[in-house]
Design a protein around this ligand. Sequence first.
Ligand SMILES: Cc1cc2nc3c(=O)[nH]c(=O)nc-3n(C[C@H](O)[C@H](O)[C@H](O)COP(=O)(O)OP(=O)(O)OC[C@H]3O[C@@H](n4cnc5c(N)ncnc54)[C@H](O)[C@@H]3O)c2cc1C
Length: 464
Amino acid sequence: MNDLDVRLRALLPRGRVLTSPAQLAAYGADGLGYKNYRPDAVVLPADAAELAAFMRGAKRLAVPLVMRGAGTSLSGGPVAAQGGVIVHTSALKAVPVINAHGFWCEVESGVTLNDLDAILKPHGVFYPPDPSSGPVCTLGGNVASNAGGAHCFRYGVTSNYVLGVEAVLLDGSVHRFGGPAGGRGPWREDWKRFMIGSEGTLAAFTRFWLRLLPLPEKVWTFRATYPDLTTTEAAIHALVADPSYPAAIEMLDPRGVAMVESSQMACGLPEGSFLLLVEIDGPAPLVDGRVPHVAELLRRAGSTDVTFSEEALIRQKLWKARKAAGGLLGQLSPSYVVQDAVIPKRALAEVLRLVYDEADAAGIRVVNVFHAGDGNLHPNFLFDSRVPGELEKVERISKHLMERVIAVGGTLSGEHGIGNDKSGYMPLVFGPDSMRLQLAVPAAFNPTHQMNPLKVFDDRRFGS
Ligand SMILES: Cc1cc2nc3c(=O)[nH]c(=O)nc-3n(C[C@H](O)[C@H](O)[C@H](O)COP(=O)(O)OP(=O)(O)OC[C@H]3O[C@@H](n4cnc5c(N)ncnc54)[C@H](O)[C@@H]3O)c2cc1C
């Protein structure tokens, strides 16, 4: 046993410290599998009290600490880029309170999104943010990356639903920022907003109070295919401006359609088409009355292939195809990078053309599957990191993409966060003054950068 082993085992009970190479191998990467950083150890606190006790001693370990939920991040967030200890929250799985009348719940940070959905459903309420990684991603990861999802077009992202955060700081002190009523507690200002989206750089989250909504009475899902980018973009603009106010507007390009159709998720999409998946929901009489109008809008924009359904099985099949797209990409290629830019919707076709042109010219396959309603682009670049030069090509295209995104008024991340994948692009958006102000927040909570170093800002290095 090395020195770190011994000190970790003094902080946590038997079985809660992993150090063998085989155990650590599973924690080397996040969703960006090609970037691997072996941690020195992984700890698995049994509950919030054990996590707080660990944090009280962790400062003295003098190694980086990296919080990890399910590790589905696509930005290089929950990885030990500077070595150190990964704190895996998988055991924090309680949902102690569901207050359906007050429309809030209390949930621990290791609960997975789909488990929370299933627990809430019988109470007639739901938690709207819905990243496609829902079967495995945790609320801790969602809050730390301010996750979005398909239905965030209308409902808003994670930050719109967090009423309170329980966080353990580096000195082991436990704080509640906000609470069930969204109150501020002893903290005079809205400190929870600092925590949301902090990507593990400020504190370890153990518990949240989340806002819920009543389940919509009726849902209709539309499938419309288009022959080209221009007509697809016209349909998106028409939907966004329409008073039917869809909950979700998702897009798959022809390469995404081909991928779905050659998988078990095939649902009869025409070859070569751009797919829009649109959903409207709300009170039954209201939503039913809007169906013909939305179908007509989709046709008028240029689709000769519009279908729609309220039946759960048909709707689920379409959503499964959309949500499984990320997993299918992993089967197509040894490595892939998903970019996560946000652009004004007027620039959609222009930026997508740049993506196709640059990727095609470099011989890199690209598939676009994204939340079109909120202008959240996700070009997936497929490559083989073992082939010399391939990664460099993808990085070059990604940089050109980000430059164009910023030139048209967009920004670096809509929902995946910055991690260490996009930290190098931060100066494209933020000047020195803004960077200095942003660094003032970790300077207060995590002055030595012990928590998640080398993330978000390239020069946040522990010990420097
Ligand atoms: C197939 C696929 C589809 C996806 N679709 C979407 C999507 O539609 N929308 C979207 O927003 N994202 C999506 N993602 C990205 C990812 O799932 C989300 O960012 C998710 O929120 C990460 O949750 P996680 O539990 O896996 O967190 P992790 O990946 O483990 O961690 C993410 C970040 O949160 C920090 N963190 C984790 N737990 C804690 C904690 N308890 N306290 C403090 N910090 C913590 C980590 O340090 C890290 O910086 C997708 C990913 C995949 C693989």
